[in-house]
Design a protein around this ligand. Sequence first.
Ligand SMILES: Cc1cc2nc3c(=O)[nH]c(=O)nc-3n(C[C@H](O)[C@H](O)[C@H](O)COP(=O)(O)OP(=O)(O)OC[C@H]3O[C@@H](n4cnc5c(N)ncnc54)[C@H](O)[C@@H]3O)c2cc1C
Length: 306
Amino acid sequence: MSEKVLIIGSGPAGLTAAIYAARAGLEPLMVEGFERGGQLMITTDVENYPGFPDGIMGPDLMEQIRKQAERFGTRIISSNVTEVDFSERPFRVSVGSDDYTADTVIISTGASARWLGVPGEEKLRGFGVSACATCDGFFFRDKELIVVGGGDSAMEEALFLTKFASKVTVVHRRDEFRASKIMVDRVLNHPKIEVVWDSVVEEVLGDSLVTGVSLRNRTTDEVTRMDVDGVFVAIGHDPNTEVFKGQLELDDAGYIVTPKGSTSTSVKGVYAAGDVADRVYRQAVTAAGMGCQAALDAERFLEHGA
Ligand SMILES: Cc1cc2nc3c(=O)[nH]c(=O)nc-3n(C[C@H](O)[C@H](O)[C@H](O)COP(=O)(O)OP(=O)(O)OC[C@H]3O[C@@H](n4cnc5c(N)ncnc54)[C@H](O)[C@@H]3O)c2cc1C
């Protein structure tokens, strides 16, 4: 028999969708993916999720949300979805050689930040290396930071970080930014921001916390050390939509296209929530909010077929 609701992904979006769908009696089945709990499992303090005035560790938050989803009867499969067929209903979702069918599907497979892949970066993630200024900027009051990147999000991150940091240096591998002119002008005219052109980070330095970076100038090959307390990597995100290519409308960056204010996708009965459909906000609470919307949208579709 077909599932009523099948949820793909177990971050804040997927688990919140599961809580709502389960409480509505829809007995959701979740395929949680190899990254159980999603992106917050790799972070330390989360201080901006409502309800936790003293903050909460990312993995603890996700464990609590998961328990809430399980309490109302969500069933969870610990594997990755490998293929989907949304060409007819019920939809088919494959996990290796196991096939599941479902009347509605909620996709909440998130997005992955791109990292530099240089020595020191992975070890110091959460200890001075970040890919999210909104999440972590607050921890860098009066500190010196670098932002790596040259697009609009790098400009936004740099400008946002000036609210906390004493100095922000934007490190860019070319001699001009590809961001929009208005953002570039704001960055270049900001008294707290400096730019290092034509340069790449070769290594993030520090034992338990970031203490600096080594930079290589791409035109002269000269390597210099810069003392900094934090490194914000802003070179883009990749939405986890590989398995949905050819099945759903994706935008030029691979995000699932949803109309404003709705979680509907190009296929009726398939919904998308969280970072996989959101290149703007990318927060746990917005992902959870979209998860709630997706479950309500799926419920309405099952009731009224629209
Ligand atoms: C280091 C770090 C710190 C952060 N700090 C904060 C913070 O302090 N506050 C805040 O609000 N936000 C923070 N964020 C952002 C926040 O984590 C994300 O916005 C949020 O997790 C997005 O939730 P999501 O449910 O959309 O996706 P994700 O959390 O990315 O979860 C995606 C889920 O999809 C699953 N998946 C992927 N592919 C498949 C597949 N093929 N089959 C099945 N499952 C699949 C994965 O296993 C995972 O469970 C941080 C992010 C990072 C990386």
